[in-house]
Design a protein around this ligand. Structure first.
Ligand code: PMP
Length: 317
């Protein structure tokens, strides 16, 4: 835990996990200056603790901080905090394949006042908890025709708490209709694919891996970047470009929609079984036939746990 006050970050402290005491007027609660990150640490076969791309989470935290009018966090506070936490929590990093220690860094505004303005004091905290292997079933998703997660000029690219709060209601409505997740579309026309609730989205059409560009309206996922890089390394054609709902439907009708999946820290790669659009459920090919995503998923898991070489220096020991 470390506080920011009088224009400077104070001395970080390790404290036992427990409740925090806050004023009812704490501005983060009322005006939403609250950002976070999600990352994982894995245990290698010989017992080393491996962090996955922590500097990328650090950079994204500061991108979110700038957009939410919060102070920049110095790299040494982030990295030393992680290192100390991992030393203390090493015993909690699960050794079994697929399991990991989930790490949640976050920053929120701590001034107590009534009035809409940026706070002058903040708190940065990191906590962790072990998480199991992600054996979720392939997802049934639906394309969202009405609600919007983010618009040009908004804060979609920031990992800001408010983005998630505002997304709960549309997501719940989709769940009530029997879908695991919704696919956000662009704010103007609901014509282009954006991302899902906690994942970026990728499609394989006619052998090409296609994903929406890292615009200002989606979160630039670290898993997204890893998957694109590994697919390129394997010699696949990768396209970061706008992808319309019509293109997906047409590819499906022509039998060319071969794979669809989400990418994120929690799931790594979450296969999509069906996509609902305009009263139709598009049934995608069997999971075992999905060459690109299956291969990338296996390779990425093995890089993260030190089983495979790490050509891009993603693993931090
Ligand atoms: N989009 C959203 C909205 C997310 O919450 C996440 C999870 N952080 C992602 C995409 C995937 O990002 P990452 O691969 O960095 O976990």
């Amino acid at each position: 835990v470390v506080d920011y006050k009088d224009g400077a970050w104070q001395t970080p402290q390790i404290v036992p996990y427990g409740n925090m005491s806050l004023s009812p007027a704490t501005s983060a609660i009322h005006y939403g200056q609250s950002i976070f990150e999600g990352m994982k640490a894995y245990k290698s076969a010989d017992g080393d603790i491996l962090l996955y791309r922590p500097l990328d989470n650090f950079k994204r935290l500061n991108i979110s901080a700038e957009r939410m009018c919060m102070p920049e966090l110095p790299e040494d506070i982030f990295m030393q905090g992680l290192e100390q936490l991992l030393k203390l929590d090493a015993a909690w990093v699960p050794p079994t394949s697929g399991c990991a220690l989930y790490i949640r860094p976050f920053m929120f505004a701590t001034d107590d006042f009534i009035g809409v303005r940026p706070s002058s004091s903040y708190r940065f905290v990191i906590f962790s908890c072990p998480v199991g292997a992600y054996y979720g079933q392939p997802l049934k998703v639906a394309i969202e025709p009405h609600y919007v997660r983010s618009a040009e000029g908004g804060a979609g690219y920031a990992k800001a708490a408010g983005n998630y709060g505002a997304a709960l209601y549309p997501a719940r409505k989709m769940q009530d209709r029997g879908y695991h997740q919704l696919i956000w579309t662009d704010a103007k026309e609901h014509k282009y694919i954006e991302e899902s609730g906690t994942m970026n989205l990728m499609f394989v059409i006619d052998g090409k891996l296609i994903t929406p560009p890292a615009s200002t309206t989606i979160l630039k996922g670290i898993t997204r970047d890893s998957v694109l890089q590994l697919a390129r390394d394997m010699g696949h054609t990768v396209e970061e470009r706008k992808i319309s709902v019509d293109e997906i439907v047409e590819a499906y009708k022509a039998g060319k929609l071969q794979e669809a999946f989400g990418t994120g820290t929690a799931a790594t790669i979450a296969q999509i079984a069906t996509i609902h659009y305009n009263d139709t459920d598009m049934e995608l090919p069997a999971i075992e036939n999905r060459e690109i995503s299956n291969r990338v998923a296996t390779e990425l898991d093995k890089i993260k746990t030190g089983e495979l070489p790490d050509p891009h220096n993603w693993v931090y020991r």
